[in-house]
Design a protein around this ligand. Structure first.
Ligand SMILES: [Zn+2]
Length: 242
């Protein structure tokens, strides 16, 4: 299988996993940078993640222009993906979702921070992007490159960010890593709400987060990926890289 086809298969699987694990519902999306062209990315047409097939995956320029739409309608919020690939040459996958546990942290001023070993991957800080600050009253959707770039600027060198009243965005150096971070971002949010209801929370220290991230390699991602694939009814494909 060509690298291009392998990434398309990987994206179909990622969509199914995110849906099955409750990270996306009928909305939300996951993309991959084009394996042969750094200035393009691959993302499904506008469709519920659980229903996505290989033929739904479209190619886009970083500006969000479809390369060969063939009548397929793209997601309005595709600009999130292009802006992040533009700002972060090292990343190869982006997830955008509205996972429910993260929403309270975007609207209350309570910062989401890793408190569980498995959740260190969300990064030291999960900043909150408030579209209202720069773009005033909108429908909150990231519907232009200007909005995408503003969001990417807030993400900075980080791994995840929340979007006030809307959802979250996660970046990774592989599709598997981005899915992993998105899943553990939601888990951390749920656990943090439970912990905060009980009292003061001792979060992971900066050193602990660095130590855990240093150990997380494709071996860890693949172990979870195999399990998530089976749960989502997909076959795990062997890749050269995690
Ligand atoms: Zn959205």
């Amino acid at each position: 299988m060509s690298k291009h086809n392998a990434i398309i298969e990987e994206l179909v699987t990622a969509n199914r996993i995110l849906a099955h694990e409750g990270i996306v519902d009928s909305f939300g999306h996951v993309s991959a940078r084009h394996p042969n062209r750094k200035d393009r990315y691959l993302l499904s047409r506008a469709r519920a993640p659980e229903r996505i097939e290989a033929d739904d995956i479209m190619e886009f320029t970083l500006e969000g222009e479809p390369v060969d739409a063939r009548g397929r309608k793209p997601y309005l919020e595709r600009f999130i993906h292009g802006a992040l690939y533009e700002a972060r040459p090292e990343i190869t996958s982006v997830v955008h979702n509205h996972s429910p546990g993260t929403i309270p942290f975007g609207v209350t001023g309570k910062r989401l921070k890793p408190l569980l070993h498995m959740c260190a991957s969300i990064g030291h800080d999960v900043p909150v992007w408030d579209s209202q600050k720069k773009f005033r009253d909108t429908d909150l959707l990231v519907s232009s490159m200007a909005m995408g770039r503003d969001l990417a600027k807030l993400v900075g060198k980080g791994r995840s960010a929340l979007m006030r009243g809307h959802g979250a965005v996660v970046v990774g150096t592989s599709v598997r890593q981005a899915v992993w971070i998105a899943i553990y971002l939601e888990l951390n949010a749920k656990l943090q709400m439970q912990a905060m209801a009980m009292g003061a929370v001792k979060f992971l220290t900066k050193g602990e987060i660095d130590a855990i991230i240093g150990r997380q390699k494709s071996f860890s991602y693949n172990r979870a990926w195999e399990n998530w694939c089976i749960r989502a009814g997909r076959k795990m494909q062997e890749l050269d890289e995690g």
